[in-house]
Design a protein around this ligand. Structure first.
Ligand code: ADP
Ligand code: ADP
Length: 232
């Protein structure tokens, strides 16, 4: 089965004259161990699609499938568990806890779900992400790129079925962006991670295996390994 799928997904915000059809019947499947970028102009429905597929928001109709589970019909309680146990998140704003060390930030999701850290995976992530000599630092002592690498380690340490990245390079300079995008790619090739990234940046999207383009709540293009010219 696909890792993630949308089936005729519709999301309407508000009602009556004020209703906004943010998703207008989106059907798409995301294969395991693939890196997909979702692109499109501002207001095209990228965040809404991600939020519905990640159980952060509930679709109006259609199905949002995570490994066969339809998230649109689950209770809030179940969705909270699904987000915690089965999904990894990376955001533009890093969302690290300032009072915790790097190591504590990385293992936080394991502590929250009562799981023990997989020491081998922790060590592999910390080394791959270049954080080995930063483990006792606080987030405020790190650069933006380093903070996003901590957020990435935190997202991967639970071995999530899918990693959602929402504009992960939005607050980074071009060098740190390239680093983080390269590491996202590497998580796909070395860990078999499924990655779905929302971005409006063609340079970021060029790191993906596939680029899905939204406009007005519909998929208007679906490109495999597109050239830079095709994405721009
Ligand atoms: P994108 O991520 O591509 O910028 P969004 O998914 O944020 O697009 O938004 C899609 C459409 O839905 C836009 O018209 C936006 O204004 C609208 N929208 C998004 N969130 C809300 C909300 N909470 N309430 C009402 N309208 C919303
Ligand atoms: P923005 O894209 O507006 O800068 P963020 O990237 O911080 O905002 O977050 C995007 C959305 O994801 C927010 O609307 C919020 O509801 C949700 N979100 C942010 N942080 C978390 C988190 N740690 N866990 C779950 N959901 C989050």
């Amino acid at each position: 089965a696909a890792a993630v799928a949308a089936v005729e997904l519709v999301k309407v915000y508000g009602s009556g004259d004020a209703a906004v059809r943010a998703l207008d019947g989106v059907s798409v499947t995301f294969a395991r161990a693939a890196f997909t970028a979702i692109m499109g102009p501002s207001g095209s429905g990228k965040s809404t699609l991600m939020h519905c597929l990640a159980g952060l928001d509930r679709a109006t109709s259609g199905a949002a499938l995570l490994g066969g589970t339809d998230l649109t019909t689950q209770s809030e309680r179940v969705l909270t568990k699904v987000r915690r146990d089965r999904i990894g998140f990376v955001f533009q704003s890093f969302n690290l806890l300032p009072q915790l060390t790097v190591a504590q930030n990385i293992t936080l999701p394991l502590d929250l779900s009562g799981k023990k850290a997989d020491r081998a995976l922790f060590a592999q992530l910390v080394n791959q992400l270049g954080l080995a000599d930063r483990l006792t630092h606080r987030p405020s002592e790190l650069s933006g790129g380093q903070q996003q690498r901590v957020a990435l380690a935190r997202a991967l340490v639970t071995r999530p079925e899918v990693l959602f990245a929402d504009e992960p390079t939005g607050n980074l300079d071009s060098r740190s962006s390239a680093e983080v995008l390269g590491l996202l790619r590497e998580s796909v090739s070395t860990l078999g991670q499924t990655v779905i990234m929302v971005t409006h940046d063609p340079v970021a999207a060029a790191y993906a295996d596939r680029v899905v383009v939204l406009a007005d709540g519909r998929i208007v293009r679906d490109l495999n390994r597109p050239s830079a010219a095709e994405i721009a």
